[in-house]
Design a binder for this molecule. Structure first.
Ligand code: NOJ
Ligand code: CA
Length: 553
């Protein structure tokens, strides 16, 4: 890290006496950090969340509607149920929801197989229920993003049904057809053969040709080289904006056009970038809308931002999402350093979307190998690092995985939300849940964790309270800090008003370190570690598995 010029020695000494936290190893436990932001922070948050840059300061929460709250006893979460839980979501300090697919679908891939872009999943509710959800969310200043799945549709979508009729059908070229299980200009196979099938080509008896599907055979890829597909998907986007949604999470958008070389598969193609610019143009026609890209795994998301103004507002940083599970095993920070250093290469205006979990990967509990402390430390990096955090529902409770499988293996991380300790429905349903709860649903329920000292929910609330209304965490600089110890991942966040240090012990043994840091203070804001300042040097002491968040300026 490049260090800032140390403050003049005399001034530093005076301030050190006045402001340092040289408190020796604590004899009494430090007081619990606040679980709620102050009124001043709330007022500042409201200001930051107003206007086109709101998403840079927001906390997003990913919701699987099917598993969140059932309102009619059929065991399936729905819009009315979600609406009834908005106060809980608000109480966390969440500003926006990302709803996994809510459009009509045979549900072969949990809704990522859309059969009608203009109809809602009937089991989730009616158009009126959805409008009520939007109205109730907006009245609480919670915005709503929906999942747009454009790379492919369901094979039950009328477009595909027409397309498969024959080569002369008006929609013949809406999908990717070939006489052979291959096509010139397309060297990419199935995304993940183990999950989605061995071949990316499926023979269709009706049309007597093969169609291309990057995912399940029931998810034929749309042909974006066809201008009608471009026109219609942009029109769909407008219709959703007209319904009042605030933006979109764009599913595998980097796969719209495939590459002609294997090595380039998954790399954003210029023709896909051109489509994304058109999509952005549609959003820019509405005030304060935004979209986040599901960039393709392991590719740098840099390309999804374009100039920083003409493509995506945000893109998921899957590298961090993946690395966090690894650094605790290696006990060295190198790969996390590399991950965040990559942000420096993003165009100005880029805003990373930071995740430690989602509907596609194992629960944080599992990634952390059951070591809850690892999940806590990762959440500190996610919520205080550079970017906009997207919290996957239930991670604030530390939900355990389930074992049942209804749609596919990913169901283990998609289990119903346990609201109460009470079995069998845990407040999620009065009927039988569509998917059994994860392990230890009662003890990880909202009821069990609310107000419980040391609970994961309290940990999340204190982190979210600290972040609230502080622009520095949304848009401030993030500088990696070498404290002279590879087992401590540390960084500063700073802007003109304030500077903070976050330092995480990656191990189960005591770690210490020090670094020259900006500012004149070393005030403990969160964590069980300690920090003390001597002039420009801050020395850290981190008990096993612990961390520290210090205010430096
Ligand atoms: C990415 C989604 O996150 C995943 O759940 C889905 O299976 C694929 N895209 C296909 O839409
Ligand atoms: Ca229901």
């Amino acid at each position: 890290m490049r260090l800032r010029a140390p403050v003049a020695a005399g001034l530093a000494l005076a301030l050190h006496i006045a402001c340092s936290s040289t408190t020796p190893a604590a004899t009494a436990p430090p007081p619990d950090p606040p679980l709620e932001p102050t009124a001043t922070q709330q007022a500042e948050a409201e200001r930051l969340l107003t206007g086109p840059d709101w998403y840079r300061h927001a906390i997003f929460y990913e919701v699987y509607v099917r598993s969140f709250q059932d309102s009619n006893g059929d065991g399936i979460g729905d819009f009315k149920g979600l609406t009834s839980r908005l106060d809980y979501i608000k109480s966390l300090g969440v500003d926006a929801l990302w709803l996994m697919p809510i459009m009509k679908s045979p549900f072969k891939d949990s809704g990522y197989d859309v059969a009608d872009y203009d109809a809602l999943l009937p089991e989730y509710g009616t158009d009126a229920d959805f409008q009520e959800l939007i109205a109730q969310a907006h009245s609480r200043k919670i915005r709503i993003f929906v999942d747009l799945v454009y790379n492919h549709t369901s094979d039950l979508h009328p477009w595909f049904q027409e397309s498969r009729r024959g080569k002369d059908d008006p929609k013949a070229d809406w999908y990717v057809w070939s006489d052979t299980p291959s096509a010139p200009g397309n060297a990419c196979g199935t995304f993940n053969a183990a999950q989605f099938g061995e071949s990316a080509w499926q023979f269709d008896e009706q049309r007597k040709q093969y169609y291309y599907h990057r995912f399940y055979p029931g998810q034929p890829d749309l042909n974006f080289a066809n201008p009608d597909v471009v026109k219609e998907t942009l029109a769909v986007t407008r219709r959703w904006l007209d319904k009042g949604v605030d933006g979109f999470r764009c599913d595998v958008i980097g796969l719209l056009f495939e590459s002609d070389t294997r090595a380039q598969c998954g790399v954003l193609q210029p023709r896909t970038a051109e489509y994304i610019r058109k999509l952005r143009g549609v959003l820019d026609g509405y005030p304060d809308r935004a979209m986040v890209a599901e960039s393709v795994l392991f590719e740098s998301p840099a390309g999804y931002y374009g100039t920083g103004k003409d493509m995506f507002h945000m893109a998921f940083d899957f590298d961090f999402g993946y690395q966090w599970g690894i650094v605790f095993n290696s006990e060295t920070r190198a790969s996390l350093d590399r991950s965040f250093a990559a942000h420096k290469g993003y165009p100005e205006g880029a805003q990373s979307a930071l995740v430690i979990g989602s509907h596609d990967v194992a629960r944080a509990f599992t990634v952390a190998q059951g070591k809850e402390w690892r999940h806590r430390r990762a959440s500190e990096i996610q919520l205080l690092g550079r970017g906009t955090p997207f919290i996957y529902y239930g991670e604030e409770l530390g939900l355990r995985p389930g074992t049942a499988r209804v749609v596919d293996g990913r169901d283990s991380a998609r289990t119903p939300m346990p609201w109460t300790k009470k079995e069998p429905g845990h407040g999620f349903t009065t009927g039988a849940p569509w998917l059994p709860f994860g392990d230890q649903a009662g003890t990880t329920s909202v009821e069990a964790e609310t107000g419980a000292r040391g609970a994961m929910l309290s940990h999340y609330k204190s982190l979210l309270a600290l972040r609230r209304g502080r622009a520095v965490f949304g848009t401030g600089a993030m500088d990696l800090v070498d404290v002279g110890n590879v087992s401590v991942f540390a960084f500063t966040r700073s802007n003109a008003q304030e500077a903070w240090l976050v330092a995480v012990n990656l191990t189960e043994s005591q770690q210490s370190g020090s670094a020259e840091l900006p500012g004149t203070r070393a005030e403990l804001a969160l964590g069980k570690g300690t920090g003390s300042r001597e002039g420009s040097r801050v020395t850290l002491d981190l008990p096993p598995t612990e961390s520290v968040v210090l205010r430096l300026r």
